[in-house]
Every structure is written in structure tokens, then in C-alpha cells.
Design a binder for this molecule. Structure first.
Ligand code: ZN
Ligand code: ZN
Length: 193
């Protein structure tokens, strides 16, 4: 029998098309919600709004989750701690399709119980950036000494670096990306994937 804070009972809707229920729950985040480097801390509060609507073939679950994501800025390694809201909508079928491959791809009610966990995970993973930033303009770290450029924007190292050496040091820092960009003609950009 399914149980847990992300399981919703649809018995009382009686499979009657048009029947509706709304739920509001504050739940503790399950483990591993998000990516290794950026995700919802286990046990932190998720505010869940959910509307369940019975239709002919199943129950449509529409809702949103408001949660906290923490990690490290990929440019300056500062902690990143953001509140975010993600919406989702999934259909949970009453009966599994007879084709097992098809059934694999569907959400299916189990004893009229709806387990929202996978739908929530999918939505959160889609919503969170792979490359979290402390702010859209984060200047990152000084390539020379590693100091946070946000703390010391005017920061220099006395003698200007010979531009020929500067481009060599960039090559050393990003050998793979430089090779990619010479093929595609694009400038490497940390904010894109
Ligand atoms: Zn940063
Ligand atoms: Zn420096």
C-alpha cells in the first residue's frame, strides 16, 4: 500500500468525471530532489498546492510546489540559496495500458492512490538550472589569483599581462571548450549549456 506525504487518496472522487478536490500540504522534502550540485535540501519544507480532477480515463493532477534549492555558484563557489516555484500537470490512469512498454511511460493510480513523488521530481529537475549562479551578473573568480571579483571589481595585478600569455592561459583553463568553439564559431558562455 502506498503511503507518505506525497500520496493522495482519490477514493472519495468515485471515478466520477468532473469530481474535483484541492489539497494544500506542507511536506518535508524527500532525499535527492534535484541535482548533486543544486537541489532541494532533504527535510526542507515544500509547500504543495494540488488540484485533482477526475476525467474519463483517470485523475488529472495539476499543481505547484514552492521549495528552496541550495548549492554552489558555478562561477564563484558562493552558496546559492533560492526559493522557487514549479508547476506541473500529469494524468494518472485508472487502468494500466495492456502494452507493458506503454504502461512504463504512464502514471497509474494504485488502489485509487496517487503517488506524486515522480511527477514532483521530474518537475523540479526540469525547473532547476544545471549551472546555478549566485546572481545573473556574477563575475566569477580572478583567473590570476582566484579572488572573488564581486568583492574587488577593480582588482588588478600590477603589470598588465601580455595578451599573448592571456590567451594561452585561457587555453589552459578551457581546453575542451576552446576546441568546441573553434568548430562552431560560438563564444564559450558559462551561462549556457
Ligand atoms: Zn557567483
Ligand atoms: Zn587576481
Amino acid at each position: 500500500m502506498l503511503s507518505g506525504p506525497l500520496v493522495f487518496d482519490t477514493h472519495e472522487m468515485g471515478r466520477k468525471p468532473g469530481a474535483e478536490r484541492t489539497h494544500h500540504r506542507s511536506i518535508e522534502a524527500p532525499a535527492d530532489l534535484g541535482y548533486d550540485l543544486y537541489g532541494v535540501p532533504e527535510g526542507s519544507t515544500i509547500e504543495l498546492e494540488l488540484r485533482l480532477e477526475a476525467i474519463m480515463e483517470g485523475v488529472l493532477a495539476t499543481g505547484s510546489a514552492s521549495a528552496r534549492a541550495t548549492g554552489e555558484c558555478v562561477r564563484c563557489l558562493d552558496p546559492v540559496d533560492n526559493q522557487f516555484v514549479v508547476g506541473f500537470q500529469e494524468l494518472y490512469l485508472y487502468e494500466a495500458p495492456s502494452d507493458p512498454e506503454e504502461a512504463e511511460e504512464e502514471f497509474i493510480l494504485e488502489d485509487e492512490l496517487l503517488d506524486l513523488e515522480t511527477a514532483l521530481r521530474d518537475a523540479v529537475v526540469l525547473a532547476l538550472p544545471h549551472n546555478p549562479l549566485c546572481g545573473p551578473e556574477c563575475p566569477g573568480l580572478c583567473p590570476e589569483c582566484g579572488v572573488r571579483l564581486a568583492d574587488d571589481p577593480g582588482h588588478t595585478h600590477g603589470a598588465a599581462i601580455d595578451p599573448r600569455w592571456a590567451s594561452l592561459s585561457q587555453l589552459a583553463d578551457h581546453p575542451v571548450r576552446t576546441a568546441d568553439s573553434s568548430e562552431s564559431g560560438n563564444t564559450p558562455d558559462d551561462s549556457k549549456e
